[in-house]
Design a protein around this ligand. Sequence first.
Ligand code: SF4
Ligand code: SF4
Length: 182
Amino acid sequence: MSIKKRSSIDLGFRTEISSFPEGETVNLCYQCGTCTGACPSAKFVEGFNPRRMMDDVLLGFKERLISSSLLWTCSLCHTCHERCPQGVHVSHILILLKNLAAKEKNIPEGLKKEAAQIINEGLTVPVGDAILRRRRSLNLPEMPYTVGVDEIREIVKTTHFDQLVDFKWKEETKEEKEEATG
Ligand code: SF4
Ligand code: SF4
């Protein structure tokens, strides 16, 4: 059994998380494991364990939590929150942890690419011919190529989300600059 060094424990972490309205419920966790038993991600992703994550919050293992890529495998289905007998807001606490991880630039590359895709096209995945053909075969309406992408870009710039996900804006062409200035 490995013993964690005291230096890797952040004694103020529990208080930090408890300072958020949804975070203070972590103090009610009695480690029953119902959240992990009900979690769809835990069934398929080895090592992902929301019960243990709540324990890590309580014990102050901040670094271990926010540096782990496992954190990002939570799909935010909120089943853990619904099933917890103590009413612990597990999924919301995981969002708090993701926000802390993002501030430390611990965002998986795949998610940064997805963010770039949203900023560029307003959609999480590129819409290729195969998707369009399948939509037609299912009699679904034609899709616009972009969905509110100007509004998305405005939000991204205003909130500095672009810096968080290391998004590189493309240089505007001379024609685009002229068009923007009328
Ligand atoms: S279900 Fe609730 S009380 Fe049980 S381990 Fe998960 S968070 Fe803790
Ligand atoms: S919200 Fe996340 S941790 Fe909770 S049950 Fe769903 S995938 Fe699991």
